[in-house]
Design a protein around this ligand. Structure first.
Ligand SMILES: NC(=O)c1ccc[n+]([C@@H]2O[C@H](COP(=O)([O-])OP(=O)(O)OC[C@H]3O[C@@H](n4cnc5c(N)ncnc54)[C@H](OP(=O)(O)O)[C@@H]3O)[C@@H](O)[C@H]2O)c1
Length: 265
């Protein structure tokens, strides 16, 4: 399709895979992340996937409202320069801090909430205003349940799924598709790979490659699905855990996740 895809978190493991898949299809890209250097390296790599493809990069701190507005203005300008519409927004950027709330600083609370939720809400509105027809929000199975010791991540991902479903309804009849995808573990960064290893057999069964997740996500939005849990094992887990009483689930999650402590910025 000859229209722009705006991908946030493009410099990360999953965002990079979305960018690669869409580059293979020859779709024009606007890639964003915080690091200009990583964005330029990604662009260079993608041009080897598809020579001559229109790829633009815009560095942006999505936690900063003014920076987000500047990003949307630049996207608007690029659409005018290339005479291409904005078709798809893929909200991938996110951070997965894992620790007890009392170990957070105010700064980290804001960072986690803004990058995981506020930025996706803000860019969804901005992208639809610019004419986007597809909004793909990367949520997580971790948002299905409250998760002690992963509380803010879990709450922001739960909120993102809820927001996507509401927005989808608001956009019904307006020709805009909104889809939330709920992946389980994806071996992107080294620390995530280590965590998956630590999960033993479950990790082997449930973890899905960035490629698998990105492909399923693009199919889900093409089929106009509201929300999709990615992977058979995660779908089974999602259904079966509904049979477990919530207080019991919370105790189990607190026991399991209370042993992990991980930061991000
Ligand atoms: N990996 C998993 O197991 C897993 C499972 C379920 C859901 N998810 C979700 O999938 C998404 C991608 O995960 P990933 O593993 O690919 O993560 P990742 O490799 O750590 O990439 C995170 C991306 O977010 C960007 N980012 C972070 N803070 C930002 C900010 N303030 N402003 C702009 N960009 C910012 C980073 O940009 P820079 O690199 O330029 O800083 C990077 O491109 C996240 O939303 C995550 O919650 C991941």
């Amino acid at each position: 399709m000859n229209a722009f895809n705006l991908i946030t978190g493009a410099t990360g493991g999953l965002g990079g895979e979305f960018a690669t898949l869409l580059a293979e299809k020859g779709e024009p890209l606007i890639l964003t992340g915080r690091s200009e250097e990583k964005l330029l390296a990604l662009k260079e790599r993608l041009l080897t996937v598809r020579d001559g493809l229109v790829i633009e990069t815009i560095a942006c701190d999505l936690c900063d409202s003014a920076d987000r507005m500047a990003l949307l203005q630049k996207v608007k300008n690029l659409c005018a320069t290339y005479s291409l519409p904005l078709y798809r927004l893929v909200n991938v950027a996110g951070a997965d801090i894992q620790k007890a709330l009392m170990k957070y600083t105010e700064e980290k609370i804001c960072f986690q909430c803004r990058v995981n939720f506020e930025s996706a809400v803000s860019l969804s509105r901005g992208a639809i205003e610019l004419g986007a027809k597809e909004i793909l929000n990367v949520s997580s199975v971790s948002g299905i349940y409250p998760m002690p010791y992963f509380a803010i991540y879990s709450a922001t991902k739960g909120a993102l799924t809820s927001f996507s479903l509401s927005l989808r309804e608001e956009m019904r009849g307006a020709g805009v598709r909104v889809t939330a995808i709920l992946p389980g573990a994806i071996p992107t960064r080294e620390d995530v790979k280590e965590q998956i290893k630590g999960q033993g057999l479950w990790g082997k069964i449930a973890a899905k490659s960035p490629r698998f997740v990105a492909e399923k996500a693009l199919k889900a939005v093409a089929k106009n699905k509201g929300k999709t849990v990615i992977g058979f094992a995660n779908k089974c887990m999602n259904i079966s855990t509904k049979l477990i009483p919530l207080p019991l689930m919370l105790k189990f999650i607190a026991w399991r996740w209370g042993r992990i402590s991980k930061d991000a910025f």
